[in-house]
Write a protein that binds this ligand. Structure first.
Ligand code: HMG
Ligand code: MG
Length: 310
């Protein structure tokens, strides 16, 4: 058996990726309550909102209010998604601890998502990185469409590695690799990681896998085998991108935690608190959880309650 990491950092993206594609936007107060519940679970890295154009993504309007009202835990890093200089200025004003810029490995998605080519987006990030540096703000990077693009079809590992390298070289301390559409399978993911880690050390890469085809956990396991130790996930398996039609939610944080616990990999996250956060947001949105672990544990607790009554 290949060596797996001793610990994994989970980056919770439920309050951003999880809520950015809802048919009816969640109010900033609800989003802030979700962030607060998540921050009590032991998660140390939470993406709390995004400073993007509300013409494009109305669901993330009011992210400044989210940052204003959250009850900050000193050991939690609160991140904001920033597509351009205006976004970074807003993130700084809001007191976000960290920003995240996002590029695509495919031209089609870059155009639809941020209205510019890959090269233009990288150019656009230069002043964003400069402003971050002046303010000692760490910046994470995302590369979308690492396996396939809803507009251009298959992506090659070399395309992904080039954009990953560009983000790392401009100062992103970590680059999260997004299987935005969720079509990837373990062998494909391994090939992408092999190409990327020829350009960027594995310790600076993260996995951001959507679960459209139910492959996200298998892909995470394959990534751990390659030495990756940072995983993005969303509570209750929420998520999706307005510009990735057909893509479903992120891998559920509860499922990632169950996998890590089974592998004796430390995360510092408590399942019970995650389930509380999941129950809260699912109830607020009037939807069911997409986490298999969440559903199984809920059924188990119902059975236990029934047995207690007998
Ligand atoms: P644009 O239309 O090319 O920009 O959009 P513009 O500079 O021409 O501005 C258009 C309007 O937006 C103007 O307002 C600007 O002021 C405003 P108007 O004059 O029309 O009233 N504007 C802004 N407002 C607030 N915050 C800003 C901002 N910038 C301009 N930062 C832009 C370009 C990038 C802004 C736009 O395309 C955009 O906001 N895109 C965001 C798309 C998005 O959020 N997608 C989802 C997140 S990415 C994702 O989910 C993938 C990920 O999860 C990884 C994975 O799964 O692969 C990260
Ligand atoms: Mg995503």
């Amino acid at each position: 058996m290949k060596m797996l990491p001793d610990s994994v950092r989970i980056v919770e993206v439920g309050a951003r990726d999880g809520l950015q594609n809802l048919p009816t936007p969640a109010a900033p107060e609800i989003r802030a309550q979700l962030v607060d519940l998540l921050s009590q679970s032991g998660l140390q890295h939470i993406e709390a909102g995004s400073f993007v154009s509300s013409n494009h993504v109305p669901q993330m309007a009011g992210s400044d209010q989210v940052f204003q009202v959250i009850k900050r835990q000193s050991d939690v890093v609160y991140t904001a998604l920033t597509p351009n200089l205006r976004g970074m200025e807003d993130a700084l004003k809001s007191g976000a601890d960290e920003a995240a810029v996002f590029a695509s490995a495919s031209e089609g998605f870059s155009q639809k998502n941020i209205n510019c080519s890959i090269a233009e987006s990288l150019k656009r990030f230069e002043p964003v990185m400069e402003l971050a540096r002046q303010n000692n703000m760490p910046v994470r990077g995302y590369v979308s469409c690492i396996i396939s693009c809803p507009y251009d079809g298959a992506t090659t590992p070399e395309q992904v590695a080039e954009v990953t390298k560009a983000l790392y070289q401009m100062g992103c301390y970590e680059v999260s690799l997004g299987d935005t559409v969720g079509t990837g399978t373990p062998l494909q993911i391994k090939k992408v990681l092999e190409a990327c880690c020829r350009k960027v050390p594995m310790a600076h890469l993260a996995a951001h896998y959507h679960n459209t085809y139910g492959q996200a956990l298998a892909n995470i396991y394959a990534s751990l085998e390659e030495g990756l130790a940072v995983v993005d996930s969303a509570v209750a398996g929420l998520g999706g991108c307005p510009y990735a039609p057909g893509a479903s939610g992120n891998v559920a944080t509860e499922d990632v935690l169950y996998l890590m616990t089974g592998l004796n990999i430390k995360t510092g996250v408590q399942m019970e608190k995650l389930l509380e956060a999941a129950a809260f947001i699912c109830q607020q949105l009037g939807i069911g959880s997409r986490s298999n672990t969440g559903l199984a544990l809920k059924e188990q607790s119902k059975r236990t309650i029934k047995q207690d009554r007998i």
